[in-house]
Design a protein around this ligand. Structure first.
Ligand code: SAM
Length: 307
């Protein structure tokens, strides 16, 4: 169980806000749909669907009267997704069903789906292979299993403003040590591996999926002053909210908890945290004065395999 669930928050709650609606370029999703030839697919499942962000986003790329089923173990998310479905069904001919269920034991029959997908689910589960096997089981022969999963560690070495290119080597190495240990700690605690994206093709192969395709999203998440699109304003506001409220995985307790589980030493963390605090203060001021600049690169893999 992760710390957000321990503190009575739902799984990944800080990350499911409006900013998520801007994760993909529509023309790129259309290209992926074309490559997977999805237009005639009738039965589609989104595993670990959350509020259904990706369920609704992908719906227009399937058959006109397609049936999309979203499954998540958080009842509160399923309730919210059902409300969103009522609105979405007014403009789409698609039929949406959302139901509570576990990715380890998907409540669907064998071979029921033409395509089964997940977005940022496999990075959170202790045994991703078991989940992929389940996704494969519920998909028909020759249908697709598709995973949209990131590598979140890579951002540690992204120099997204010119000022960042003048880095201090030992501070940077220590920051990377902390991030590596935090990832390792999460994994030790059975909460998955946040940078699994690039390893998903290997897991697909291990589960016997074939014709494996690997692509990367062309979307970046820039913040370019004066943030004059809704997308950028939403993203900046989310960051301010996280910084002010120690959310989005940016808090001391949560970070230290994972770091220690990953074998980290307290004095290393304290030194690192002092730098983080100084950085956060500066970042918050820059965001509020609309002077913070970021290219916002991210590494999001799209992996598809046939049953
Ligand atoms: C980061 S969120 C992604 C939600 C959604 N796919 C999206 O992209 O907006 C991960 C989701 O997986 C769900 N989840 C995690 N482990 C699960 C499991 N074993 N069974 C079902 N749902 C799970 C969480 O409740 C959460 O909604």
């Amino acid at each position: 169980m992760n710390s957000s669930r321990q503190s009575n928050r739902h799984h990944s709650e800080d990350h499911l806000g409006e900013a998520r609606e801007y994760w993909w370029n529509d023309d790129y999703l259309a290209l992926i749909a074309q490559r997977l030839d999805t237009k005639s697919y009738q039965n589609i499942a989104d595993i670990g669907c959350g509020y259904g962000s990706m369920t609704f986003r992908l719906a227009p790329y399937f058959a006109d009267s397609a049936h999309l089923i979203g499954i998540d173990f958080e009842e509160a998310y399923i309730k919210k997704a059902r409300q969103k479905a009522k609105r979405a069904q007014k403009s789409l001919n698609t039929h949406f069903t959302f139901q509570v269920g576990s990715a380890d034991k998907i409540p669907l029959e064998d071979g029921q789906m033409d395509l089964t997908f997940c977005q940022t689910l496999l990075i959170h589960v202790p045994q991703p292979t078991e989940v992929i096997k389940e996704m494969k089981r519920v998909t028909r022969s020759n249908g697709w299993v598709v995973a949209f999963e990131p590598n979140n560690l890579v951002s540690s070495l992204m120099f997204d403003s010119y000022a960042n290119t003048k880095y201090n080597v030992s501070d940077t190495l220590e920051m990377i040590e902390v991030r590596l240990r935090v990832e390792q700690g999460k994994r030790e605690l059975g909460e998955g591996f946040n940078s699994l994206g690039g390893a998903v093709p290997d897991l697909f192969r291990q589960t016997g999926l074939t014709d494996i395709q690997v692509w990367m999203s062309d979307k970046t998440l820039p913040l370019i002053p004066p943030y004059n699109s809704r997308e950028q304003r939403v993203r900046a506001a989310q960051l301010v909210d996280w910084l002010e409220n120690e959310e989005g995985g940016l808090g001391y307790q949560e970070t230290f908890h994972y770091f220690r589980a990953g074998g980290g030493k307290k004095h290393v963390f304290e030194r690192y945290w002092q730098r983080v605090l100084a950085y956060k203060t500066k970042l918050l001021a820059q965001l509020k004065s609309q002077t913070y600049f970021s290219s916002g690169g991210q590494l999001m893999y799209i992996v598809a395999g046939r049953v």
